[in-house]
Design a protein around this ligand. Structure first.
Ligand SMILES: Nc1ncnc2c1ncn2[C@@H]1O[C@H](COP(=O)(O)OP(=O)(O)OP(=O)(O)O)[C@@H](O)[C@H]1O
Ligand SMILES: [Mg+2]
Length: 320
C-alpha cells in the first residue's frame, strides 16, 4: 500500500487487514450494527426514506435513480457482510456524474451524501462543492495547501468537483492542476473510507479527461449519466418549482410556458432545469410589475400567486 503522504488530519487511517468489527464505521452508535436482513439495515439507517424522497422530489432521471438504488444495495449488503465478520475492503465509492448543465448533478450529489452518511460510509454526510480555482493556486507552492485545505473541509463527507476536467491542462506543461490531481489521487486511495469524491461535468470532456488520466479513471467506481430533460419533464419541474414557492400557472400560462420551452431549447446555453428556474424567476418579476401597476386594486391570495399567460408571453423569445 502507498504511504499516506497526503494523509489529512481528523480522518481515520486507510483500511488494512484489520478485523471486520474494527473496520465497521461508527460501530458503537451504528443502529445497523446487529442487522441481519436488508429490511433491518434499511430500517436502522433510514435510507429508504432518502431513496423515496429522491424518487418523489426529482422529476425523470430514471437511469440515475436506478443506479443510486444499485449503489445503495451494494452498501446494504456490504453492511450485512460486515456484521457477520466477512472481511472486505471498504467499497470504492468515488463517482463521476456526467451531463449537461442543470440536469440535477449537484442536487443528486447532496442526496448521495445523505445516503452514504446514513449507512455509515462517511462520518458527517456534508457536501463540499468546488471547482478548479478552489484547488489550484496561481503560484508555485500554493496548490498543495489549497487542495489540502479543501480536502480537510470535505473529510467525512463528499467532495464534489464541478467541471473536473479543468484540473488537467495538457497545453500547459507546468500547469499546477497536475499537482492537485496527484494529491487527490493519494487521498482517494488512502482515505476512501472517509471521503467520497464525485467528479462532475460534460460527458465528452469527462471522457477525454479520463483517457488522459488513467489513475483517476481507475479510481472512479461508478459512472452516472444525467440525461437532458424532455419538454414534458421540464414542464413538470416548472410546476413543482412554482408549487414550492406558492405560485401556480393561471389560464393558458402552462401552454405559454410549453411554447416558451420549445423556443428556449433552440437557443444557445440552454441549461435544463436551471433555465426553467431562471425563466420562472423572470415571470415572477413580470407578474409583480403587472400587479404593481394597478395601485388601487385589492389583491387576493389568488391574484398574488398566479403567473398569468402574459407574464410568460412577454419574454423576448416571443418578440422575434
Ligand atoms: N429532476 C429534477 N426535478 C426537479 N428539480 C430539478 C431536477 N433536476 C434539477 N432540478 C432543479 O434544477 C436546478 C439545477 O439543478 P442542479 O444544480 O442540481 O443541476 P446541475 O446538473 O448541478 O447543474 P450545473 O451544471 O448548472 O451546476 C436546481 O434548482 C434543482 O433543484
Ligand atoms: Mg451543479
Amino acid at each position: 500500500m502507498n504511504s499516506p503522504l497526503y494523509a489529512i488530519p481528523g480522518s481515520t487511517p486507510a483500511p488494512s487487514a484489520a478485523p471486520a468489527a474494527a473496520a465497521a464505521p461508527a460501530a458503537a452508535s451504528d443502529p445497523t450494527a446487529g442487522a441481519r436482513s436488508v429490511a433491518e439495515v434499511l430500517a436502522g439507517s433510514q435510507v429508504e426514506a432518502v431513496l423515496q424522497e429522491l424518487d418523489d422530489d426529482l422529476v425523470g432521471l430514471k437511469p440515475v435513480k436506478a443506479r443510486i438504488r444499485d449503489i445503495a444495495a451494494l452498501l446494504v449488503i456490504d453492511k450485512l457482510r460486515l456484521n457477520l465478520g466477512l472481511v472486505s475492503q471498504a467499497p470504492s465509492l468515488h463517482m463521476c456524474f456526467s451531463g449537461n448543465p442543470g440536469t440535477g448533478k449537484t442536487t443528486v450529489a447532496m442526496r448521495m451524501a445523505q445516503i452514504l452518511h446514513r449507512l455509515g460510509y462517511v462520518r458527517k454526510g456534508h457536501l463540499v462543492s468546488v471547482t478548479r480555482d478552489d484547488l489550484v493556486g496561481q503560484y508555485i507552492g500554493h496548490t498543495a495547501p489549497k487542495t489540502k485545505e479543501v480536502l480537510k473541509r470535505a473529510m467525512g463527507g463528499v467532495l464534489f468537483i464541478d467541471e473536473a476536467y479543468y484540473l488537467y491542462r495538457p497545453e500547459n506543461e507546468r500547469d499546477y492542476g497536475q499537482e492537485a490531481i496527484e494529491i487527490l489521487l493519494q487521498v482517494m486511495e488512502n482515505q476512501r473510507d472517509d471521503l467520497v469524491v464525485i467528479l462532475a461535468g460534460y460527458k465528452d470532456r469527462m471522457d477525454t479527461f479520463f483517457q488522459s488520466n488513467p489513475g483517476m479513471s481507475s479510481r472512479i467506481a461508478h459512472h452516472l449519466d444525467f440525461p437532458d430533460y424532455a419538454v414534458p419533464e421540464l414542464q413538470q419541474i416548472a410546476g413543482q418549482m412554482l408549487a414550492q414557492q406558492n405560485y401556480r400557472f393561471g389560464d393558458g400560462a402552462a401552454e405559454a410556458f410549453e411554447r416558451y420551452l420549445q423556443l428556449r431549447l433552440q437557443q444557445p446555453h440552454f441549461a435544463n432545469a436551471r433555465s426553467v428556474r431562471n425563466a420562472l424567476d423572470r415571470a415572477r418579476l413580470r407578474q409583480a410589475s403587472r400587479l404593481f401597476a394597478d395601485r388601487e386594486r385589492q389583491l387576493s391570495a389568488d391574484d398574488l400567486s398566479t403567473i398569468a399567460a402574459p407574464d410568460i408571453l412577454a419574454s423576448r423569445l416571443f418578440q422575434a
